[in-house]
Write a protein that binds this ligand. Structure first.
Ligand code: NAD
Ligand code: ZN
Ligand code: ZN
Length: 348
């Protein structure tokens, strides 16, 4: 079968031919219908050899949707042909965090060698993929897999980040979204649907800000050196109750801290260069502001998102690519010229 793989440190991902996998006991084989391309893939492929821990060759893709093609021994109650999306942050299923649905924070994954698809295990950018347990599948019924697959990360990660801050998003409050790409443009929609906050979106170009407005941002601000001042003109002295930074480089984290209000949440989702940090301390950060760095989301939260998708609340922007053209999706991602999410569709 065809797959898009990262084969050598520093090389571009490439189209390869690999054997079609067979599901082992407890596993599920999916015929992939859609696979999303995330900026985190670009981050891991930028890592030097000594920091790269995901194995080579790596079949990319941690956002997956498919049709159940076969099940391994012991898997019951899952019909062949069922349309599903994959919950990606696989955990053991048994530890305390996993028992809360928070497999993204599984305390035993490392010890047991459990890795997410596309981030250690073979991913979704292929004609077929193995899912380690039916627990990690959410049926999507008649939803379009191409528009739904981004919810597995570009939706789930902001949903998890926003849910914890909802009590702060009262009427008259402000939420700031920095970076309105794959994750950010879904975050804006979730904020509009779930909260009463005024949503202010920041990005680097008019095109990107146009998408932000289209998906519901009340106000848009260019993310330049004057960004904090321009956001403050909107929020006044109250500042933002929640700042979501989907970029995570030093300038955006500094902007995030500068627009945060007293008692706010500053939530850094973007990995940036993996080095940037928020400065917290007297006379440097607002009183009682909390800074946090979340990772992905919980299993129940993906089920909730699929319910929201059935309710029709999302307008997910996607650009589609065939598997043969998958490497181009990564080029466009790195160049910053995508609008919304790049989705690879093996059937194209
Ligand atoms: P993306 O490339 O689709 O979107 C990034 C957006 O940020 C683009 O619109 C870009 O124009 C904008 N941007 C770049 N520099 C900016 C700046 N200085 N100010 C404002 N906007 C700027 O990326 P994505 O797939 O949405 O991922 C966003 C980030 O989140 C990445 O760093 C990714 O690695 C990370 N991520 C983290 C998690 C997690 O669990 N914490 C999960 C998924 C992705
Ligand atoms: Zn991701
Ligand atoms: Zn666990």
């Amino acid at each position: 079968m065809k797959a898009i793989q990262y084969t050598r440190i520093g090389a571009e991902p490439e189209l390869t031919e690999i054997p079609k996998p067979e599901p082992g006991p407890g596993e599920v084989l999916l015929e992939v219908t859609a696979a999303g391309v995330c900026h985190s893939d670009d981050f891991i492929m930028s890592l030097p050899e000594e920091q790269y821990t995901y194995g080579l060759p790596l079949t990319l893709g941690h956002e997956g949707a498919g049709k159940v093609a076969a099940v391994g021994e012991g898997v019951e109650g899952l019909d062949i042909g069922t349309n599903v999306v994959v919950y990606g942050p696989w955990g053991c299923g048994n530890c305390w965090h996993c028992s809360q649905g928070l497999e993204n924070y599984c305390s035993r994954a490392r010890e047991l060698g459990i890795n997410p698809p596309g981030l250690g295990a073979p991913g979704a950018l292929a004609e077929f993929m193995i899912v380690d347990s039916p627990r990690h599948l959410v049926p999507i019924g008649d939803l379009d897999p191409v528009k739904t697959v981004p919810l597995t990360d570009a939706g789930l990660t902001p949903y998890h980040a926003i849910k914890r801050s909802l009590p702060k998003l009262r009427g008259g409050s402000f939420a700031v979204v920095i970076g309105t790409g794959g994750l950010g443009h879904v975050a804006i929609q979730l904020l509009r649907h779930l909260s009463a906050a005024t949503v202010i979106a920041l990005d680097v170009s008019a095109d990107k800000l146009e998408l932000a407005t289209k998906v519901g941002a009340h106000e848009v601000v260019l993310s330049d050196k004057d960004a904090a001042e321009n956001v403050r003109k909107i929020t006044g002295s109250q500042g933002a109750a929640l700042v979501l930074d989907f970029v995570g480089y030093q300038p955006t984290i500094d902007t995030a801290m500068a627009v945060a209000g007293v008692g706010s949440d500053v939530t850094i989702v973007g990995i940036g260069d993996g080095q940037a940090h928020a400065k917290v301390g007297f006379f440097q950060s607002p009183y009682e502001a909390s800074v946090t760095v979340p990772y992905w989301g919980a299993r129940n939260e993906l089920i909730e998102l699929i319910d929201l998708a059935h309710a029709g609340i999302f307008d997910i922007a996607v650009e589609t690519f065939s598997l043969d053209n998958g490497a181009e999706a990564y080029r466009r991602l790195a160049a910053g010229t995508l609008s919304g999410r790049a989705v690879v569709v093996p059937g194209l």
